[in-house]
Design a protein around this ligand. Structure first.
Ligand SMILES: C[S@@+](CC[C@H](N)C(=O)[O-])C[C@H]1O[C@@H](n2cnc3c(N)ncnc32)[C@H](O)[C@@H]1O
Length: 284
C-alpha cells in the first residue's frame, strides 16, 4: 500500500519507517511512503506556503496553490507506480472521527492514499473543497499540525495489512469484534501483591476464551457503553454475551478493580483456585 504525504515536516515520518512494526512492514515492502513538501511547489524567493486570513483573525492559512500542485505531483507519482485510484485525505480536527472500520476499509482497499497535513490555523477551504475526498480527525482536540494525526492513521492501517502482524493479533484487538480488548498479564504470577487471574494459569483454553470474552463485554459496558449498543445492533452479541451483560449489570459478576485481586499464598493455591474456576465471571 502506498502513502504520499504532503507535509512541511517530512522527517517526522521516520518515526514510522525507523521503528517497530511499521518499520518491519516497510522493510518487507508491505507499504511505501513518499513525502512532498509544499515549499517545493512555490514560485517566490521566500517559498511562501502561508498567508494572513481574509477577514482578519490570528495566525496564518496554508495557501491552496502549493498544496494543489503537491497533490497533483503525488497523484501522478501514484499513477506512474501503477496505482489506478488515489484517495486524498486531509487531517483536520473538523474531520470525521477515525474509526477501526475506516482503518480496516483503507487497508483492504486498493487505492493509493494521499495525506494532507495542515499547519498554522489550517488550510484554505477552496483547496479542501476541490482536492480532498475526505477529512479525518484523530480526536476532539487540536494538534499543532496534521503530521502526528497522519502517522496515527498510517500506523493503524499498516498493522491491518496482511503480513504486518500475526493474524491472531489483529483479529483479537480492541474493536475487532466491536468490543474493547480483554486485559493482559505476564510474568511474574504475583506482582506487588497482585495475582494474575487464576483462570489464565489454568491451561483450560475454552475457559480462558470465555473469561476474556466476559472481560471484554464488562470493560466495554463500563468504559464505552455506546459500543455495546452498536455491537448489539450489528448482531455481534450472542445470547451468552447478553447473559454475561445482564449478570454484570445486576452486580452478580461484579467488576472489581485489579487491586482487589487476591494474591494466592502459593503456586499450588493458585492452581487450586484455577481448577475451581467453573465459568463464573469474575471481573478484574
Ligand atoms: C493548529 S491546527 C488548526 C486548528 C484549526 N484552526 C481548528 O480550530 O480546528 C493545524 C493542523 O493540525 C491538524 N490537526 C489538528 N488537530 C487535529 C485532529 N484532532 N485530527 C487531525 N488533524 C488535526 C490539521 O491538519 C490542522 O490543519
Amino acid at each position: 500500500m502506498r502513502f504520499d504525504v504532503i507535509t512541511l515536516f517530512a522527517p517526522m515520518f521516520e518515526a514510522l519507517t525507523a521503528h517497530g512494526i511499521t518499520r518491519r512492514a516497510f522493510e518487507a515492502g508491505l507499504w511505501q511512503l513518499a513525502t512532498w513538501n509544499p515549499r517545493d511547489f512555490t514560485h517566490d524567493n521566500h517559498r511562501t506556503v502561508d498567508d494572513r486570513p481574509f477577514g482578519g483573525g490570528p495566525g496564518m492559512v496554508m495557501l491552496a496553490e502549493p498544496l494543489a500542485d503537491a497533490v497533483d505531483a503525488a497523484r501522478a507519482a501514484q499513477r506512474a507506480a501503477g496505482i489506478a485510484a488515489t484517495r486524498v485525505i486531509a487531517l483536520s480536527a473538523a474531520g470525521a472521527p477515525l474509526t477501526d472500520a475506516r482503518v480496516r476499509a483503507l487497508a483492504a482497499g486498493d487505492e493509493g492514499v494521499v495525506l494532507v497535513c495542515g499547519r498554522y490555523e489550517g488550510i484554505d477551504q477552496r483547496f479542501l473543497d476541490t482536492y480532498v475526498d475526505e477529512e479525518v480527525s484523530v480526536g476532539d482536540f487540536v494538534l499543532s499540525g496534521g503530521e502526528i494525526a497522519a502517522m496515527a492513521l498510517i500506523d493503524a492501517v499498516v498493522r491491518q495489512l496482511p503480513g504486518a502482524l500475526k493474524e491472531a493479533s489483529a483479529a483479537d484487538e480492541s474493536f475487532a469484534h466491536g468490543l474493547l480488548d480483554a486485559p493482559h498479564y505476564s510474568r511474574p504470577e504475583v506482582w506487588r501483591g497482585r495475582a494474575v487471574p487464576a483462570v489464565l494459569l489454568s491451561g483450560h483454553h475454552a475457559q480462558i476464551a470465555q473469561w476474556r470474552r466476559a472481560q471484554s463485554l464488562a470493560r466495554t459496558a463500563r468504559l464505552r457503553p455506546e459500543l455495546i449498543e452498536r455491537a448489539r445492533q450489528l448482531g455481534l452479541l450472542s445470547a451468552n454475551d447478553e447473559q454475561v451483560l445482564r449478570s454484570d449489570a445486576r452486580g452478580a459478576a461484579g467488576i472489581a478493580p485489579a487491586a482487589d485481586v487476591k494474591a494466592p499464598s502459593s503456586e499450588a493455591a493458585n492452581k487450586a483456585e484455577a481448577s475451581a474456576y467453573n465459568g463464573r465471571v469474575t471481573m478484574v
